[in-house]
Design a protein around this ligand. Structure first.
Ligand code: FHN
Length: 474
């Protein structure tokens, strides 16, 4: 399945294996027997940057964008990057999408420019999704963009160079789960139709995954802001056996998480490790993410077992319904919804990672470009109420949230129905209001400092988000 490569490729693989054998690369388990993780100073600095950054662009791009959710007259139900699994496409057939992947219109400079204009401070792109296809020139596999596609170029390298040039950080989304690798065995909850062999050595698979991560973090792609893992849940015992008496953290394999995390931190101490496992953070992780829900909520069903930990938080959402490009998905969300995600996350002390599924041509869908433009208008005007803030002094309310920076509190009225009257009382705020102004035009807002109440008349309400800036006593 992983054909032998040239001698050059083999010697590079050997170099990577040697690197993995360095101290700290032992076969550590996830049992908690390892010493506690102590983040390096660069890592703590990066966490602070991350919390200040607030807004990132998520990109799901791979060979699944070629069919775009449609194959042989069938349509994928739900998310299109799952086409291999959902339409039961066996490996040799799925591999054909690589031969059709030729994104000649890809322009890394334009992607970065669009993200920056929208107010995004980092990009997180799929280096490998569950289909196992590497979007860079991997040395330990030829199942990658350079070796298998007519395009033959390393898009991650092109994007990494451009991010560096335009001063924006780059994370890689990397799937633990792999529907293509023969050693991903025992298999988990998904991928059973791909035709992988009925045996395999899971540790060999993990060596391969670590070797690929070492490629991404070895320096060729510059300073990597972090690794965003996904797919751990494929081996989650409770979900496999449908038995709630099994602890949510138990998996049928040892994922060797700590060993992988230590490898990442050894190669690039500042790189932030996050894992979309939907449970409380494990040792060695640097941030915690929530899928399709604000921290503390569970409307999408992913966060049954997740608990908010002490780490910086992020929530990820889609601009339409699918993560990967889906031709038929025209359900692009309005600005109000997108701002609601961003502000709702900030008010809960979290970042928003907002997804786009680029087309196989290399272009973003035009509707997504329009969304980015609209976001650009909002963030350029109201950015100060988001960037560098932390969740405000008032817990999230039906009407909206608060954010805070120093002695400034930003009151975000998101739901005008819930904030029915003019009066908004900031219950629980320790400081007292000294000044209150509308952020849109700097106009005075009436307030009562004894009750910490602001009066926001209907006439000054913004249908998207009415932001009132308060100066408060310490
Ligand atoms: O299965 C994936 C899905 O394709 C997508 O990558 C999202 C992004 O958060 N996460 C997974 C499901 O938890």
């Amino acid at each position: 399945m992983i054909p032998t490569r040239s001698r050059r490729r083999l010697s590079l693989s050997l170099a990577i294996l040697l690197l993995l054998a360095l101290p700290g690369g032992g076969n550590s388990q996830t049992s908690g027997s390892e010493p506690p993780y102590k983040p390096a100073p660069e890592n703590l600095e990066a966490r602070k940057w991350f919390q200040d950054a607030k807004f990132g662009l998520f990109l799901h791009w791979g060979i699944y964008s070629v069919p775009g959710g449609e194959y042989k007259g069938q349509n994928v139900k739900g998310i299109a990057e799952w086409i291999m699994y959902r339409l039961k496409i066996p490996i040799p057939e799925y591999e054909q999408f690589a031969t059709q992947f030729n994104p000649t219109e890809f322009d890394a400079a334009e992607w970065v420019r669009l993200a920056k204009q929208a107010g995004m401070k980092y990009i997180t792109i799929t280096s490998k999704h569950h289909d196992g296809f590497a979007m860079w020139d991997s040395k330990v596999s030829d199942y990658d963009i350079v070796d298998r596609t007519p395009y033959k170029k390393d898009v991650l390298k092109m994007l990494a160079d451009e991010c560096q040039k335009q001063g924006i950080k780059l994370f890689f989304y990397h799937s633990h789960l792999d529907w293509h690798h023969p050693d991903y065995y025992p298999r988990g909850r998904t991928g059973e139709f791909s035709g992988r062999p009925e045996s395999g050595d899971f540790n060999k698979y993990l060596d391969y995954m670590d070797a690929q991560l070492a490629e991404l973090l070895g320096g060729h792609y510059g300073r990597v802001a972090g690794i965003w893992f996904d797919g751990w849940w494929d081996q989650q015992l409770r979900r496999m056996k449908d038995d709630r008496s099994i602890p949510a953290t138990q998996t049928q394999v040892d994922w060797r998480l700590r060993r992988t995390y230590d490898l990442i931190h050894r190669l690039q101490p500042q790189a932030l490790v996050g894992n979309n496992h939907h449970v409380a953070p494990f040792e060695g992780e640097d941030f915690q993410m929530f899928e399709k829900d604000l921290p503390g909520q569970n409307t999408a069903g992913f966060n049954v077992d997740s608990k908010i930990g002490q780490l910086p938080l992020e929530m990820c959402e889609t601009t339409n319904d699918s993560w990967g490009y889906k031709k038929s998905d025209k359900n692009f969300k309005p600005l109000k919804t997108l701002v609601g995600y961003l502000v709702g996350a900030a008010g809960r002390n979290a970042n928003l990672l907002l997804n786009i599924g680029p087309q196989p041509t290399g272009k973003f869908p035009p509707e997504a470009v329009e969304q980015l433009k609209q976001l650009s208008g909002w963030t350029s005007k109201y950015g100060d109420s988001i960037y560098g803030t932390r969740g405000g002094p008032v817990a999230p309310q039906k009407w909206g949230v608060t954010t805070q920076k120093g002695n400034k509190v930003y009151v975000h009225v998101l739901d005008n129905e819930a904030a029915n009257g003019e009066e908004i009382t900031l219950a629980g705020m320790a400081g007292k209001i000294k000044k209150a102004k509308l952020m849109s035009n700097g106009g005075d807002v009436k307030f009562d400092a004894t009750k910490n109440t602001v009066y926001v008349p209907k006439s000054s309400r913004d249908p998207i988000d009415t932001v009132v800036v308060l100066e408060v006593t310490k």
